[in-house]
Design a protein around this ligand. Sequence first.
Ligand code: FES
Length: 155
Amino acid sequence: MIPSRETQEKIDAAVREYPHARSALLAVLHLIQSERGYIAPEDQAWAATRMGLPPAEVAGVVSFYTLFRTKPPGRHHLQVCRTLSCQIRGCRELLSYLEEKLGIKQGQVTTDGRFSLVTVECLGSCGTAPMMQVNDDYHENLTRERLDVLLDSMK
Ligand code: FES
């Protein structure tokens, strides 16, 4: 899908911010994902052409960063931090609890499209581990009880 005219203007502005177009790739991919919710193969091809980069380079960046999605997420996109502080504070148990409660494994979307569940690298909130990001919001110092309340609030 070709980004909207508005997003293309933001992309052009982002590219102008850098001395080399390649340096704007993360910003460009963010803008594409913000509009569509994920970055499809055709989006990657469009970005490569627009920026004059090899398609493999764009694909490599998209697959390297866990913050980029290549499939449509659920309405509530649950991103559980899996890095050290969160591991020490029990993120694996919370992930298992979420998988059981939602009836999906990480990387999947519920059949009603309400939730998607993934694990991600450190989100920079280690002091309030374990934590996860849901869409744009952080939820910290998580427990099973807090997850119950949170999921119930997401209709
Ligand atoms: S380790 Fe989880 S936020 Fe840093």
